[in-house]
Design a binder for this molecule. Sequence first.
Ligand code: NOJ
Ligand code: NOJ
Length: 422
Amino acid sequence: MKSLLLIALLPLQALGAEVNPRIHTQYKTALSGVLSNLKPNGAVIASPSTSAPNYYYDWVRDTGLTMRALIRIAYDKRTDSTLRSKLLEQIQKWIQWEFSRQEQNRLTGLGEPRFYVDGRVNEEPWGRPQNDGPAIRALTAMEVAEQWLKEGRLKEVNRLLYAPSLPAQTLIKRDLEYVAHHWKEKSFDLWEEEQALHYYTLLSQKTALLKGAAFARRLGDSGASRFYASAAGEIENLLQQFKDPYSGVIPYAIEKSPGLPHKKSILDISVILALIHNFDGSFAAPADSALMTLKELMRVFRIKYPVNHVIRNKSGEALGVALGRYPEDIYDGVGFSGGNPWFISTLAAAEFACDLSRSRAGKKRDALNEIALAQFNRVIHHLDEEGSMSEQFNRENGFQQGARDLTWSYVSYLTAYRACFL
Ligand code: NOJ
Ligand code: NOJ
């Protein structure tokens, strides 16, 4: 704990503000929350909730993002050795888990979004394919591969993660081939609701192919490297179309078919999620349009969700804006009585602000840090004593609802905290 608190004195402290100690202790709670949702066979459950809603599945997306966060923690020099070995063991199991589930090749193949925890694909009617999954998984697995190569484990990389041979027989290669051949096709978004070309999916695909191109070259697969790089270039051209000349906002999708009839605006937090999930020291979009997108989301949700009418906690600290997925959302976590703020959205704003503040100085930097801190205060404000985090919290009374102990909620706390305080 001591080291956490010391480290916590870094960037946000520049504000001169006294940070609520709960912000720091919640990091440990979030980490335990994630660890409790890992399975011995390498699977990650989205939530332990088995009914109303049943989230007792492994979603490729949630798991890819979760393991990416855990990989970064495992290979962080500051992580203590007990935790590190536990994580390294899980990473190894996770590789095996992904490797085997890729082989199922049912329904939409690698675009399948959701599996039972025993590894069978879930074949119930669902929004499929969801093509962000393979891109996210490839990006995460490449982080493991980089580490293994550093450790001289080339043989294992070749056996499990990447070998040039076609048809692909390794984890990363299979995903990259899938992404390179399918990115032009519409698929369901990360919210599993609409078929379209989505900013979130395309940006994840572009990043995966770009990193994949460099990675393939390194492993002597130069033909594939050129193929991935050229597809990444084409995606980049397509992403240039994601512009709204009137508002400056980055629209979350183009070419919807069929779109949700009630989802009329172009605003969606998935654009901010795309930017932070693919952040590598800089954002994939110009900072002014990214900021405009976040500002608009904040403006709309501040009015829309009554919890946002309370703007200070009992200690007088500023509470940021509780953010949902998109303004017209009606999914309440179980049914469709109306949308609510989500932890992943509210924390995405904090992470975005901290990512951006690193490249800013003076007043601009302070302003961004202040936004981030307020977002953390908002999240803390809606926690119970144990610090559990479900999917959503009620737009009117602020109490948590939807799937309990949602892995992704905890993960978003970890990544936002690390962006802001470590
Ligand atoms: C469950 C999905 O996971 C959620 O994102 C969606 O809003 C609802 N189903 C409705 O499709
Ligand atoms: C619903 C969310 O919309 C989706 O993004 C997520 O993958 C699943 N829940 C599982 O957490």
